[in-house]
Design a protein around this ligand. Structure first.
Ligand code: SF4
Ligand code: SF4
Length: 401
C-alpha cells in the first residue's frame, strides 16, 4: 500500500440471487471485510504483536459493531503469522447509574469506567477470546489512568496522556464503527485514536475546559476532615498554605473530591468544552498517538454499517439515519473518515419514526445528515484540525473492491 491517500471501499450492494447461495456469498460483508484487510495489512509481518483497537459498546446499546467483524479481523491477522490482541481503554463519560423503569424493572448504564465492568460488557457483546479468537486487554490499566505522556505542538494541547500499554505492541489496527456523535459530529478512525487510545486524563480534557480547581475562598480545613485528599485515587490533592491544591497534571476528572467535600462550592467544576474545542483537543490527542506510535505502523478499517445518530458510548443511540455505506480501509485516518463522511453526505437519508407515530421525510442526497439532524455540530472541524496538525489528507483516491 504505497500511496497513503488510497481508501479501499467495499460497497454494501447485494445480489438478489436467493436461489444461488454460493454466488451471493461474494457480497457477504464478512468476505468484504477480508478483501479490504488483504489490501491494507501489508505492514504486518509474521511474529508482530498487533493491537486491534475496538469499542465494545455501552450496555444496552444495540448498534455497536458486532463481534463477527472483529473475528474476521483477528483471523486475517493470524493468517499473516502475527499475534492479535483486542485493546480498549476505559470509558470516561458515563457514571454507573441505575434507572428505575417500573417496580419490577430497572436498567443500569455506564459500565465501562473500570476493567472488571468493562470486561463483563465486552463478553456480553461477544468481544471475548472464545468468540473472536483473541483476548481483550485494557491498555490504560484497571482504572483507565496508566499513561505515557507524549509532548506535541498541538492546536491547544502540548502534552497528551496516551494509554501506556499501547506501546507493548508492534502494530496498531484501528477498527471503527462510523456513526454520528453528539459533539464530534461523527465518530470514525480519528476519534478512535484521539479518545479511544488515551487515558481518562485526556478524555476529560476533551470534554471539559480544565481540571477541577479549589475555590480558595470557600475551602476551609477547619470545617472538614480533608475528605478531598482521602477520596482522590491518584493523590493529586495536597494542602498548601492551609488550602487544598489540585495538581492538574495528575487529576483525571473523576469528581470524587467534588462529591466528598462537605463544603459547598469549595471545589469548582470545569466548564464543558464548546464543540470546536472538543474536536481540536481530541485531534491533538490523535496526533500524539500517531507521532509516538508511528504512522507507518497503523492501519484503519471503518465499518459504515448500522449508522445511528449517536455513538457506541450511549445506551440508546437512536434509529439508523442513513443506509449502510460499506467497509473502508486505509493507512490514512483522515482520508478514511473523509471517504465515509462523503459517502454519508451523498447517500439518501432514512425516515425516522417520531414519538407521535409519524415518519419524518427522509433527508435528501447531498445533505450532510448528522449536522442537519443536530444543528449545533461542526463535523468538518475534524478535517480542518487534522489538516492543521498534518496527520493525513482529505484528498483521497477511492478504489472499489
Ligand atoms: S476541598 Fe473540601 S474537603 Fe478538601 S480541604 Fe477544602 S474544604 Fe476540605
Ligand atoms: S477529580 Fe478530584 S479526586 Fe478525581 S483525580 Fe481529580 S483531584 Fe483527584
Amino acid at each position: 500500500m504505497s500511496d497513503n491517500t488510497i481508501v479501499y471501499w467495499a460497497p454494501p450492494n447485494e445480489i438478489a440471487a436467493l436461489n444461488n447461495t454460493s454466488k451471493n456469498m461474494v457480497t457477504n460483508k464478512l468476505v468484504k471485510t477480508r478483501l479490504i484487510l488483504d489490501k491494507i495489512l501489508d505492514n504486518i509481518k509474521s511474529g508482530d504483536k498487533v493491537a486491534i483497537k475496538v469499542h465494545v459498546g455501552e450496555a444496552l446499546n444495540t448498534h455497536y459493531l458486532r463481534h463477527d467483524y472483529v473475528h474476521e479481523v483477528v483471523k486475517a491477522v493470524k493468517f499473516l503469522g502475527a499475534i492479535p490482541t483486542l485493546v480498549e481503554t476505559q470509558g470516561g463519560g458515563n457514571h454507573l447509574e441505575k434507572i428505575e423503569i417500573h417496580d419490577n424493572y430497572s436498567i443500569c448504564i455506564g459500565h465501562r469506567k473500570n476493567a472488571s465492568e468493562h470486561q463483563a460488557i465486552a463478553k456480553l457483546h461477544g468481544y471475548d477470546v472464545t468468540i473472536v479468537g483473541a483476548p481483550l486487554k485494557f491498555i490504560d490499566g484497571e482504572k483507565g489512568i496508566e499513561r505515557k505522556i507524549i509532548e506535541i505542538n498541538g492546536i491547544t494541547l502540548k502534552s497528551v496522556s496516551v494509554a501506556k500499554y499501547l506501546y507493548n505492541y508492534d502494530k496498531l489496527l484501528v477498527i471503527s464503527h462510523f456513526k454520528g456523535h453528539p459533539q464530534a459530529g461523527f465518530g470514525g478512525a480519528l476519534k478512535q485514536l484521539g479518545i479511544g487510545c488515551v487515558t481518562k486524563h485526556n478524555k476529560h480534557l476533551a470534554h471539559a475546559d480544565d481540571m477541577l480547581k479549589i475555590n480558595e475562598r470557600k475551602c476551609d480545613i477547619s470545617q472538614c476532615k480533608q475528605e478531598c485528599i482521602s477520596s482522590c485515587p491518584v493523590k493529586a490533592i495536597k494542602i498548601e498554605n492551609e488550602k487544598a491544591f489540585i495538581d492538574a497534571e495528575l487529576c483525571y476528572g473523576c469528581f470524587m473530591c467534588f462529591l466528598n467535600c462537605p463544603i459547598k462550592r469549595a471545589i469548582k467544576k470545569p466548564k464543558r468544552n464548546e464543540i470546536n474545542e472538543f474536536t481540536d483537543r481530541f485531534i491533538d490527542s490523535a496526533t500524539a498517538v500517531i507521532s509516538s506510535f508511528g504512522a507507518k505502523n497503523i492501519r484503519y478499517i471503518n465499518f459504515a454499517l448500522d449508522i445511528p445518530l449517536m455513538c457506541d458510548c450511549v445506551p440508546n443511540p437512536g434509529m439508523v439515519v442513513v443506509p449502510d455505506l460499506g467497509i473502508f480501509g486505509s493507512s490514512d485516518p483522515v482520508a478514511i473518515d473523509k471517504a465515509c463522511f462523503d459517502a454519508e453526505t451523498k447517500a439518501p437519508g432514512l425516515p425516522i419514526l417520531k414519538q407521535d407515530g409519524q415518519w419524518t421525510k427522509p433527508l435528501e442526497k447531498g445533505v450532510e445528515k448528522f449536522k442537519a439532524m443536530l444543528g449545533m455540530l461542526n463535523p468538518i472541524r475534524q478535517f480542518e484540525a487534522a489538516l492543521q496538525n498534518k496527520i493525513g489528507s482529505t484528498d483521497y483516491e477511492l478504489i472499489q473492491i
